[in-house]
Write a protein that binds this ligand. Structure first.
Ligand code: ZN
Ligand code: ZN
Length: 411
């Protein structure tokens, strides 16, 4: 008799006396004996008890699992059928059991002091269903980060699939001053469709998100797309240069391995936005992109309220070298952002195309700087500011982002 068997014989007798099946008997000692299934453990314990003159017959229907293990082939088939409807490299089996079974199991474990040696019914079921399903599915099992989790409810043998989203990173350029970065539901109807939005449910016909997202969604046969930009520009601002980093998320993709070159080509048929450097990334990048603090290079077309003197404009620009601004939340975003005073740095400013009352400013600023307010002063809410320095009230007519300083971390 193996040591773990003789060590646990006394407890095993109490469990066997409950009329449990070999699976449920063995499972109470799942942490004992190596290279064994719970069924084998149960059989070994029952045989040892018999040898000891303690013969316990399992009840016709196991009082704990209600013979769930006789259903393994049916569960496995139901799972294989569902998993085989979608594309993935790997999968994992999960199950939902009758809560009263879990409760009974917990009570028995506590009553007989089996906390150290047992494993839950769910764990054994998952593993045993997985073993039977594996040859029908022909993909690897992945415990850590499965692309598809097939969960079977053992009461009804119905399967729900949890498909992990795919994440596609890239950079976008926005050449239009008419579209927002992300899909924008109509303010009146909140997306349902009304006269104001001509039934579209949207404030704008399209967006940087929708141009690429709708195509990717169709290619991946997914449910929804989400857009995670590394910050955003105003609707009337262009995003130029090498573009802004973003991650497109497609939920519930039934096809994962879509052709990103094809996606890029199709999306770039648009004249409103362009996309580049598309690649698949892990989910953790979303957080990284959201938290990234990238310095930005801007070009602002500035209109002054009077004639400007070329030298004075140049002098004003030169005075802004590594200058800290105290920037109170702008009036235009006050309704959706906390009213705070932020410390932001303007690294440098250069003037170009200086005319009678207009000029361009090229400026490099710290992440989170409100450039329009730096130029106008926002009625004293940004100090110091360009208008004050120049001595003439100015405002930004057009704003473009020329560069976003961000280095993709190594995978
Ligand atoms: Zn059982
Ligand atoms: Zn509407």
């Amino acid at each position: 008799m193996e040591q773990w068997v003789s060590d646990n014989l006394e407890k095993a007798a109490k469990i066997a006396a409950l009329g449990y099946c070999d699976h449920c008997l063995g499972r109470m000692f799942a942490k004992c004996g190596e290279q064994l299934t719970d069924l084998q453990r149960g059989q070994m314990l029952r045989a040892a008890l018999k040898e000891n003159g303690q013969e316990f017959e399992p009840e016709e229907i196991c009082p704990l699992c209600e013979d769930l293990f006789s259903m393994l082939p049916r569960f496995a088939e139901a799972i294989a059928e569902k998993v085989n409807e979608v594309e993935s490299e790997n999968f994992l089996v999960g199950c939902r059991i009758d809560p009263s079974q879990a409760k009974t199991e917990k009570e028995v474990v506590e009553e007989y002091g089996l906390e150290e040696t047992y494993e839950p019914l769910k764990t054994e079921l998952n593993r045993e269903i997985g073993k039977v399903a594996l040859p029908m599915i022909n993909r690897s099992v992945n415990f850590k980060d499965p692309q598809v989790v097939a969960c079977i409810d053992t009461r009804f043998a119905d399967v729900t699939l949890d498909i992990a989203p795919i994440f596609i990173a890239g950079r976008y350029l926005k050449m239009s001053r008419e579209i927002p970065q992300t899909k924008w539901p109509c303010r009146m109807c909140k997306g349902k469709g009304c006269p104001r939005c001509h039934g579209t449910g949207k404030m704008y016909q399209t967006s940087v998100q929708e141009i690429i997202g709708d195509i990717a969604l169709e290619m991946a046969d997914g449910d929804e797309h989400f857009f995670h930009g590394m910050g955003r520009e105003d609707i009337d601002a262009c995003m130029l240069g090498t573009g802004r980093p973003f991650i497109l998320e497609i939920s519930h993709p039934r096809v994962r391995d879509i052709d990103l070159d094809e996606l890029e080509r199709k999306a770039n048929e648009s004249t409103l936005a362009q996309y580049r450097d598309l690649r698949f990334v892990p989910r953790k990048y979303v957080k990284e992109y959201k938290e990234a603090e990238a310095d930005k290079l801007y070009r602002a077309r500035v209109k002054a309220e009077g004639k400007v003197n070329k030298q004075q404009v140049v002098d004003a620009t030169i005075s802004f070298e590594n200058v800290h601004l105290a920037q109170r939340t702008p009036q235009r975003v006050e309704h959706r952002r906390a009213d705070l005073v932020r410390d932001r740095v303007v690294y440098w400013v250069k003037a170009e195309n200086i005319g009678e009352d207009t000029f361009d400013l090229i400026l490099k600023t710290q992440s989170g700087t409100y450039v329009k307010e730096f130029v106008s002063g926002d009625e004293g809410r940004t100090e110091p500011n360009f208008s004050e320095k120049l001595g003439i009230q100015c405002r930004v007519e057009l704003l473009d982002v020329l560069e976003i300083d961000y280095q993709q971390p190594e995978d």
